[in-house]
Design a protein around this ligand. Structure first.
Ligand SMILES: CC(C)(COP(=O)(O)OP(=O)(O)OC[C@H]1O[C@@H](n2cnc3c(N)ncnc32)[C@H](O)[C@@H]1OP(=O)(O)O)[C@@H](O)C(=O)NCCC(=O)NCCS
Length: 150
C-alpha cells in the first residue's frame, strides 16, 4: 500500500508503511482494497472520515476509486454513518474533480495545512457528503469538520 501510495501521491507526501500499519490497527478503521487501489477510512460517532484514497497511476480513470467509494458508502449506510468527510489539497485537481463527481461539496478551508513533497504549503479543502440512511440517496452537507485526512 505504501509503494502504491508513493506512486499515486505525485505532489502530496505519501504515508510510510508504518503510518499505514498504525492506522489499520485502529478498531475504527475500514480499509477497502482493490488490486490497483485502496481506500482507508475511519468511522466514529456517526461520521465517516476518508483518510487516504489512491489508485495506481496506470489504473486511473478506470473506475477504481468510484468502486471503492461505492463500497464505502454501502458500509457507512449499514453502520448508520450519516456523512463522509475528508480533506484534500487545494492544488490536487484530479482528486477534487473525483470527489465532486461523487457528490462531495466543500464545507471549509484550512489555509497552509499541507506541506507538499517539494516543501511548499497548500490549503486543505474540507469536503462532505451526506448519506441518506436506507435510501442510497446522496447529497452534499452544509456543516464543517475539524477532522484531518489526505
Ligand atoms: C483521485 C483518484 C483516487 C481518482 O481515482 P480513479 O480510480 O482514477 O477515479 P475514477 O476512475 O473512479 O474516476 C471517477 C471520476 O472522477 C473524475 N476524475 C477522476 N480522476 C480525474 C482526473 N485526473 N481529472 C479529472 N477528473 C477526474 C472523473 O469525473 C471520473 O469519471 P470519468 O473518468 O468517467 O470522467 C486518483 O487520481 C489518485 O489516486 N490520485 C492520487 C492520490 C490522491 O490524490 N488521493 C486523494 C487524496 S484526498
Amino acid at each position: 500500500m505504501a509503494a502504491l501510495m508513493d506512486r499515486a501521491y505525485v505532489d502530496m507526501r505519501p504515508w510510510s508503511a508504518r503510518d499505514i500499519a498504525e492506522t489499520l490497527a485502529s478498531k475504527h478503521c475500514q480499509a477497502l482494497c482493490h488490486p490497483h487501489g485502496f481506500l482507508i477510512a475511519q468511522m466514529v460517532a456517526g461520521d465517516g472520515e476518508i483518510l487516504a484514497l489512491a489508485t495506481d497511476t496506470k489504473a486511473q480513470r478506470q473506475g477504481v476509486a468510484s468502486s471503492l467509494m461505492s463500497e464505502l458508502i454501502g458500509i457507512a449506510t449499514k453502520h448508520n454513518i450519516h456523512r463522509l468527510l475528508l480533506e484534500v489539497a487545494s492544488q490536487n485537481q484530479p482528486a477534487r474533480d473525483f470527489y465532486t463527481s461523487r457528490g462531495f461539496a466543500q464545507v471549509g478551508l484550512r489555509r497552509g495545512y499541507y506541506t507538499l513533497r517539494d516543501g511548499t504549503k497548500d490549503d486543505a479543502v474540507l469536503l462532505s457528503l451526506a448519506i441518506a440512511q436506507g435510501q442510497g440517496n446522496l447529497a452534499p452537507t452544509s456543516q464543517g469538520s475539524d477532522t484531518k485526512s489526505g
